[in-house]
Design a protein around this ligand. Structure first.
Ligand code: MG
Length: 311
């Protein structure tokens, strides 16, 4: 565990440093508040800091305040070191954002106990962040394929459209639906169907550009978001997606099965005022056309369709 200490008095600083090193901590030593502030900005900065109150350049209070102004993560646990022991001063220190304080000259067992308390808080903080991150993933990811779920991809589409309007840029969507997927479930069972969906999802994910997004829109239906694309640009990506799926058979427990898909493409380059609903309806209508024309193909939504979707 790394601890940053900032103390301008040499004797006190050495004593603190030696004590912490003896206890097995890795110590980053600073001689004033400015150094401490800079030390806490570095990558992989210590998350535990012991700051002297009275220091040249920046005092401990100011360092506390500046740190708390920043993002709360990763959290820095701050122990304020002070020779003042009046109650009002301590309140000022805690209000500035210090987590705890220690009066000088410090008492080693007390310091040890307070550091342990600090580490407990940091551990809890890490657990909370991990739990929140897991929840976020759960809330936005399709558990079967690892792609965005319907809510997340629609949210991304709305954001992308807003940005495209601001930057006078286009955005395209591709609606892709696997052909005759029900037959796979019926003949091979749902587990095989799931395996096929995962393989198809992996292939599509590797055929899009890094700034595109892909989500599972429904059972075997996928929505792909292509920022900066007009219809011809989106057509290239759609063809690539189609080939990535139909180009080689999927492997279902040793059995090879060829899966094709139908795709509908729409772009706001055809309709600059288009919102998310319009684009989805237009791509859906184009997909419907691809299905009726015999499947395993890409169709495009043109302006005159006015976004009429399948009913
Ligand atoms: Mg001092």
């Amino acid at each position: 565990m790394k601890i940053l200490i900032a103390e301008d008095e040499t004797v006190s600083r050495r004593l603190l440093q030696n004590t912490l090193v003896k206890w097995g901590y890795e110590v980053v030593v600073c001689r004033d508040g400015q150094e401490a502030w800079e030390g806490l900005q570095t990558q992989d900065a210590p998350q535990l800091a012991i700051l002297d109150w009275m220091m040249p350049k920046m005092d401990g209070l100011l360092v506390c305040k500046e740190i708390r102004k920043q993002s709360a993560e990763p959290y820095v646990y701050i122990l304020l070191l002070t020779s003042k022991s009046q109650k009002e001063d301590l309140i000022t220190g805690l209000e500035a954002g210090a987590d705890d304080y220690l009066t000088k000259p410090f008492d080693a067992p007390e310091l040890k106990a307070k550091l342990r308390a600090g580490m407990r808080i940091l551990d809890l903080q890490t657990e909370l962040i991990n739990a929140r991150e897991a929840l976020r993933v759960q809330a936005t990811q399709d558990p079967l394929t690892g792609l965005w779920n319907r809510g997340a991809i629609l949210e991304a589409l709305r954001r992308e459209i807003a940005r495209a309007k601001r930057e006078r840029n286009s955005v395209a969507v591709v609606m892709a639906d696997l052909d005759h997927f029900k037959r796979i479930n019926d003949s091979y069972g749902h587990l095989a169907g799931d395996a096929a969906l995962r393989q198809v999802a992996d292939r599509m994910r590797s055929s899009i550009r890094p700034y595109d997004a892909i989500g599972r829109y429904g059972g075997e239906e996928f929505l792909i978001l292509l920022p900066g694309c007009n219809i011809p640009g989106a057509a290239t990506v759609a063809e690539r997606l189609m080939t990535s799926i139909a180009g080689q058979p999927v492997d279902l427990a040793g059995e090879k099965l060829l899966i094709t898909c139908s795709l509908g493409v729409a772009s706001n380059s055809e309709a600059p005022e288009a919102d998310a609903d319009w684009l989805i309806r237009a791509a859906d209508a184009a997909l419907y056309q691809a299905k009726s024309a015999g499947r395993d193909r890409v169709e495009f939504a043109l302006k005159e369709m006015e976004g009429k979707g399948r009913e």
